[in-house]
Design a binder for this molecule. Structure first.
Ligand SMILES: [Mn+2]
Length: 337
């Protein structure tokens, strides 16, 4: 399943581009808690559409984290306040393909008569519900797809769009560490650098502005590490109380756990203030964490996926997830998904 719809064919891509060319008012929507890929892709596509003379609004369920100030300086990231959405002809959904990922915006989006265009690199979970899609699950980042779109529309990228694309790429490749880093990714990164992006300044802006409480919170989080299957599975569960989760960059926790030679799969569980547990799963091998996340109603990629276990306590979520992961680890090399 995960490989049966890797990329739209040329005709589908061309219909998606026509949707962009022939309409005037665009709403660019991201997923809840938008990350650097989502925000970077929105910034870049907004600049491209504005260069075509279109009206563009970016609206997300959540505001960008402060680390993305470097993008928000030049791009307005609107936050959904409830009620009706701005009048628009086409809603472009960037970096996700399930409407529920827009959180509180989902009902308003679904009710709006606009055409829905998905621009994404996640594995579509079911039957297409959108009008058009520009999807390539092999693309390292959604921002890379926006780069392709701009090229196909014959439009150059300005420095802000270039910063958006570069931010997308480094977010989703872990600064070129992950296996999705390919020749196109590096070529586009070089191209964006030529357009004015300063990689070192961006790294400092995104990753070297942690609060004073980050290292202690990081230490307390790592102290909760448990290994299973002789170290092949690493699990960290983060309760709300006592950890100062607000100061913690969980990506860094995932990185450290993945750095252990024996570890193949990492599960990071985080108790949510709203109830339930958020799972972030990562794989260093052929282990398909997307398949695992799907079992719990989530999604993502083969090597990076997530899910929200509504109604579960942290202990319940950990037990179910560890059991499912151990079962999959002990299965002979077979990677359905
Ligand atoms: Mn992405």
């Amino acid at each position: 399943m995960s490989d049966s719809l890797p990329t739209n064919d040329a005709a589908a891509r061309s219909r998606a581009l026509d949707l962009l060319r022939t309409n005037q008012r665009f709403l660019l929507c991201g997923h809840v808690r938008p990350d650097g890929d989502c925000l970077g892709a929105q910034a870049a596509l907004a600049r491209v559409l504005e260069a075509l003379g279109k009206s563009v609004w970016i609206v997300n369920a959540d505001p960008p984290e402060p680390r993305y100030d470097i993008l928000a300086r030049d791009v307005r990231f609107g936050v959904y306040q409830g009620g009706e959405l701005p009048r628009h002809d086409v809603a472009v959904l960037l970096d996700f393909c399930e409407l529920s990922r827009t959180g509180e915006m989902a009902p308003a989006l679904a009710a709006h008569a606009s055409k829905k265009l998905v621009v994404d690199h996640h594995v579509p979970p079911g039957a297409p519900w959108w009008d058009e899609a520009y999807v390539d699950v092999r693309a390292s980042a959604t921002g890379l797809l926006v780069r392709r779109i701009a090229r196909e529309l014959g439009l150059p990228l300005d420095p802000v769009a270039a910063l958006g694309v570069f931010t997308s790429i480094v977010t989703d490749t872990g600064w070129f560490k992950y296996s999705n880093t390919d020749a196109e990714t590096l070529a586009v990164a070089a191209e964006m650098t030529g357009l004015g992006v300063d990689p070192s300044a961006l790294y400092a802006a995104l990753h070297q502005r942690q609060p004073l409480g980050h290292p202690p919170a990081f230490g307390r989080a790592l102290a909760r590490l448990e290994y299973h299957a002789g170290g092949r599975l690493a699990v960290v569960d983060l309760p709300l109380a006592g950890l100062d989760l607000g100061a913690l960059d969980t990506d860094e926790v995932l990185d450290v756990l993945r750095s252990v030679e024996k570890v193949e799969v990492v599960l990071l569980l985080r108790e949510l203030a709203t109830g339930g547990v958020k799972l972030s799963a990562r794989s260093k091998t052929d282990f398909d964490v997307h398949a695992l996340a799907r079992r719990f109603g989530g999604g993502g990629h083969r090597k990076a996926a997530g899910a929200t276990l509504a109604g579960a306590t942290l202990a319940q979520a950990r037990e179910r997830l560890v059991e499912a992961a151990l079962e999959a680890l002990s299965a002979p090399a077979k990677n359905g998904g």
